[in-house]
Every structure is written in C-alpha cells, then in structure tokens.
Design a protein around this ligand. Structure first.
Ligand code: G3P
Length: 221
C-alpha cells in the first residue's frame, strides 16, 4: 500500500520523506491556509522534496475554468496532480484533463456512485473521506469496502486514496481491504510506528547493553 502525507506543512513533509516511506502528498485549501507562504511557492517547494504525486486542489466551479486552473497548477512542477471535487462540472473537467494526460484526484467522495462516475471520467485517483463519514455516524470504511470490488470488477485503473484518516485502525482496515493508498496527517503517521512494548523493549536492551559494557571493561582491568 502506498502512503501519502496529508499536509501542506513543509517541515512535516521533509521529516516524513526522510523516513523513506512516503509515496506522495495530498493538500487542500484548508491545509494550505495554515501555512504562511505564497501558494505557488509552497507547492513548488513541496514538489521538490516529494518523490511522487502532489495533489493540488482546484477551486473553480465551471468545467472550462477548472480545466484552466488545473493546467496552471501543473505548470508549477511535473509531479503536480489536480484535485477536483466530485460534481457534474468536475466530471466534465476530469474527462478533458485525463484525455490530455493530466492526472486527476477526485475528492470529497462519499458514495460508491460518485467514485464509479469519477473512474468512468478517467480519474486517476478517487478520495473517499472516511473520517468525515464516521463523524456523521456513518461507516467510512464500509465505503472503501464497496469501492475495492467495484473497481476490480471492471478493471478500472483508478486508485483508491483512503482520506480523512483519523487513527491507525483506518490504515489497518484500508490495507486489509486492498485499498491502493492511505493519506494521513503527520500525527497519525507517527502513531503507525509507535508501540509501548517496542519502547519498553528498546529501554531494556539499552539497560542490559550497559551491563555488557560494564562486564567487558571489568574484564579488561
Ligand atoms: O485528504 C482529505 C483530508 O485532508 C480531510 O481530512 O480531517 O479534514 O476530514 P479531514
């Protein structure tokens, strides 16, 4: 499974990339609004450090305008892909952009029919927002469970980005279901590494290693 970082924070991106496990980055207007930097400069810097696709959101509402905005985003760097919310105008724009070879990530997906139409329009990725479904007492991961066989049934190349991840179990379930990608905030990524038994085990090994060193130095005397 590919792991994307869901942030526009350059420090977090650099840190996560240094771990050697990051395959891409997803941004959105909310995440960009938290950074105090010119939008284009920020995206360029992110693209320079990420070894994979960087999703950049389009905010225009009409297909013609979305297409122009998307092309502009793609001029920033080679690894920019455009994020377009699912809607009729978004589908029209997606078809045109994908025919031009521009990769689209269809975002704000909350139903299997939205994802199916995005895939038919040529979208390279679809992003079901699992946490936001959980927030309204719906089952976010149940949507992913439907999308995996739907895409497999028809051989769609569209990849599923499990987004709006809130905790490590979302990632575990996504991996068990065979979702292609999980995109998660940095604090959730950190939680994937941590285990209290690992921390305790490392501590004990270090204590015992001190004993080994002490015994060796006593022998030498
Ligand atoms: O990638 C989508 C993500 O940014 C949305 O997350 O936590 O705002 O639902 P959240």
């Amino acid at each position: 499974m590919k792991i994307f970082l869901d942030t526009a924070n350059l420090d977090q991106i650099k840190e996560a990339v240094s771990w050697g496990i990051i395959d891409g980055v997803t941004t959105n207007p909310t995440l960009c609004s938290r950074e105090k930097e010119n939008f284009n400069d920020l995206i360029k810097k992110i693209c320079d450090v990420v070894p994979g696709p960087v999703s950049v959101e389009c905010v225009e509402s009409h297909a013609e305008e979305i297409v122009k905005e998307a092309r502009k985003h793609c001029e920033i760097a080679e690894n920019v892909i455009v994020k377009i919310p699912i809607c009729v105008e978004g589908l029209k724009a997606t078809r045109r952009l994908s025919d031009e070879g521009i990769h689209v990530n269809t975002t704000l997906v909350f139903s299997p029919t939205q994802a199916l139409l995005a895939a038919k329009a040529g979208s390279r990725y679809v992003s079901p927002f699992v946490g936001r479904l959980d927030d309204i007492s719906s089952d976010g991961m149940a949507l992913v469970e439907q999308l995996v066989p739907i895409f497999n049934n028809y051989g769609f190349e569209t990849e599923i980005i499990v987004a709006s991840i809130r905790h490590p179990m979302h990632v575990v379930e996504a991996a068990l279901m065979g979702a292609d990608i999980a995109t998660l905030p940095f604090n959730s990524l950190e939680k994937l590494v941590k285990h209290p038994l690992t921390d305790r085990g490392i501590e004990r090994f270090l204590d015992d290693w001190e004993k080994v060193k002490k015994a060796m130095s006593q022998k030498e005397k």
